[in-house]
Design a protein around this ligand. Structure first.
Ligand code: GLA
Ligand code: ZN
Length: 682
């Protein structure tokens, strides 16, 4: 299934819908349908957290309301992503089977409560989930209104119960074979931590071991594997009950707990929930942060993804839940589409009356009418998606990428090193990302396991841990003509967080023409600078500030382009380039300001003749350009996340298919241009 599904062939628009909260209000259920149709909503996610509504007591099912809803929705042209209810189990189940409740790292079994807090290993929970999933699939798996499976909800968290601990030991045994090998890889001769046998291994815990980095890292990997295995189990139950419809799990922003790449083969399509804090500083900065996550999600399977949740107005869980300014909803929604989403969906269709999400924004609020600002904006966005429906299934085919690897991030953040507060890993990744976008390029956001064949330019910022074989991939990439940008604090440790011996960046010292020797950590607020070497081949002439971390390198045969301006290492290399094979390898020694990245990437792109989607277009400040393409057409999205109207000078061969004007783009405005693929014109 995973290889086969690509697109539903249309743009989907809708959101999470919980009619089980309104079963005693038939007039409201009726109104829901009317308003959804008015907003051109064509999909809802149904059944998330509905377990007690479909099975109020063990073995006593109540699918009548669900069936009525699915039928009515279908009759009204609204499809269903049907959810499995495992994200929150009924009270009776938690009472009857205490083992399904999660255990914390102090060994305490949780009480019943909340959601997302079950044990993923428990055979009883797995049995119960399989049973209810099969019931759902048997009843609704063939329903023409059900187009996909929404598996659970935002998987996350860990369980430390004896069953999970035993599973972890088995996982380690399979990975390392012998306890001697585990001791070697985890370096347990440190502080007398050697294990005599696998039975002694415990998960990391604040009341136990937390200083064995290899243990911490493997536990995180194990938690991902367990969760992916649970998702697989859920999906298998649906398949065993005869449903072959595509399945997804909804993912989260900046979530550290799971390596989402490991779900690439588990689900048929990727979806995620995006809740940016708009208007908290420049919108362009928020837009770039969100864009990078859209691109990360899209890059997991390199095909259209789905925006499973977003908020039509303000959430109620951010520290300050500011309203989206007029036009922001449309801009944010279309930004997802620009980056490859085939849907815009909300949490939630109708605002609940009670409990902790009662003030969370919704398509239909407590007032309940269509004469609200939010509903008008929702309607407008629905109309936009209708206009853009033909774009469904088109891809983003980026020629540039940044590496943002979960496992390396886990290891780097767990290691006690030069800066234990404020490594700024995401910020550093984003600096390359933003510079490439400002230059008009689409960008994939990938991990170290993904192939590099598609790329001409690759940024590898703060790649602390080299997962097995990564240096070989980079060597092959540069050898065949790729341009590599690597930064400080890369290639330091191997897959189990053992430091590489004999010099770093490991395996790339000849490619980069240098060796890292020391790294200086600056206190917050301290700065150094990077000063251009006169006549450098990039033609750069201004100095830039740098902070946080400054790598001191020994150059063998790299060309020094910038040197440090201050401190005892003034005059030492701050930015270098080395031609190697057919390609070039740049090394950025310090945490440079954004302008450095902007200018360097722009200069390198120009010199190498690598062209963006619209060559020669001057992209005004705050404007984002992104491209989707099919085999026959190219669609260029131009969006204004700046604070002033943007003026554009666009080439004439692209047709305006969305937006008012090709010259002017208002604040939060979007235009879409279309062109035929050159190969098709011949
Ligand atoms: C998450 C959950 C939803 C809801 C929203 C609120 O994304 O998946 O159930 O709680 O947050 O923003
Ligand atoms: Zn458990």
């Amino acid at each position: 299934m995973a290889e086969k599904f690509h697109s539903f062939g249309r743009m989907l628009y809708g959101g999470d819908y919980n009619p089980e909260q309104w079963l005693d209000h038939p007039e409201i259920l009726k109104k829901d349908i009317e308003m959804m149709k008015e907003a051109q909503i064509n999909v809802v996610s149904l059944g998330i957290f509905s377990w007690s509504a479909i099975e109020p007591e063990e073995g006593r099912y109540r699918f009548d309301w669900m069936e009525e809803r699915i039928n009515t929705l279908h009759e009204n042209g609204i499809s269903v992503f049907l959810a499995t209810p495992s994200g929150s189990r009924p009270r009776w189940m938690a009472e009857k089977y205490p083992e399904i409740r999660r255990t914390d790292p102090f060994g305490r079994r949780g009480l019943y409560g909340g959601r997302h807090n079950h044990c993923y290993t428990s055979p009883v929970y797995r049995r119960e989930v399989r049973r209810i999933n099969m019931e759902l699939a048997r009843r609704f798996g063939d329903h023409p209104g059900v187009i996909a499976w929404h598996i659970s909800n935002e998987y996350g968290g860990e369980c430390y119960c004896p069953l999970c601990q035993a599973e972890f030991r088995g996982w380690l045994k399979k990975k390392y074979g012998t306890i001697e090998e585990l001791n070697r890889r985890w370096y347990t001769s440190f502080w007398s931590h050697e294990y005599n046998n696998f039975d002694q291994v415990e998960a990391p815990s604040p009341m136990g071991d937390s200083c064995v980095n290899g243990l911490n890292l493997d536990w995180k990997r194990f938690v991902t594997d367990r969760t992916a295995d649970f998702a697989r189990w859920e999906i298998q139950a649906l398949r065993d009950a005869g449903s072959e419809k595509p399945a997804t799990v909804n993912m989260m922003y900046y979530f550290d707990g799971l390596n989402y790449h490991k779900f690439a083969d588990v689900v048929d399509f990727i979806s995620w929930d995006s809740y940016p804090s708009w208007h908290n500083g420049p919108e362009y900065a928020t837009a770039m942060d969100t864009a990078m996550y859209h691109d990360l999600m899209r890059s997991i399977q390199k095909k259209p993804f789905f925006l499973m949740e977003s908020c039509p107005s303000a959430t109620n869980w951010q520290p300050v839940s500011k309203l989206k300014r007029p036009g922001m909803l449309e801009a944010a929604s279309l930004q997802a589409v620009a980056h490859g989403a085939d849907s815009v969906q909300y949490f939630q269709i109708r605002q609940g009356r009670g409990c902790s999400e009662k003030f969370h924004g919704a398509v239909i609020d407590h007032y309940g009418g269509n004469d609200t600002r939010v509903f008008r904006e929702v309607k407008r966005t629905g109309a936009d998606l209708q206009l853009l429906s033909d774009l469904a299934g088109s891809d983003v085919r980026a020629r540039t990428a940044v590496v943002y690897d979960w496992e390396s991030r886990w290891a780097m953040e767990d290691a006690q090193g030069p800066r234990n507060v404020g490594l700024h890993h995401k910020d550093t990744v984003q600096k390359s990302y933003i510079a490439l976008r400002k230059a008009g390029f689409d960008v994939d956001v990938i991990d170290m396991e993904q192939p590099l064949d598609d790329y001409q330019v690759l940024a590898v910022p703060m790649a602390y841990m080299f997962r097995a074989g990564f240096e070989e991939k980079l060597r092959a990439y540069v050898a065949r003509g790729g341009i590599l940008f690597m930064t400080y604090w890369s290639g330091i440790a191997d897959e189990t967080d053992l430091c590489f011996l004999g010099g770093t960046p490991h395996g790339l010292m000849d490619v980069l023409g240098l060796r890292h020797e020391e790294i200086d950590a600056l206190y917050d607020g301290e700065k150094n600078s990077a000063v251009p070497v006169k006549g450098n081949p990039l033609g750069l002439t201004r100095s830039y500030s740098c902070e946080n971390l400054c790598d001191l390198v020994k150059v063998t045969d790299a060309q020094v382009l910038f040197t440090y301006g201050e401190d005892f290492y003034a005059g030492e290399p701050a930015f270098t380039c080395h031609s190697w094979g057919e390609g070039k390898a740049y090394y950025i020694c310090g945490d440079m300001e954004q302008a450095f990245y902007d200018d360097v990437y722009a200069a390198v792109m120009e010199q190498s003749g690598i062209l963006p989607a619209i060559p020669g277009l001057r992209i005004p400040e705050g404007v984002e350009v992104s491209t989707r393409e099919s085999d026959t057409a190219v669609y260029v999205f131009i969006q204004n996340f700046g604070r002033e109207e943007a003026v554009l000078d666009l080439p004439g061969d692209l047709e305006l298919i969305f937006g008012e004007s090709r010259e002017k783009l208002p604040v939060y405005g979007t235009m879409v241009l279309a062109g035929k693929k050159q190969s098709q014109e011949i």
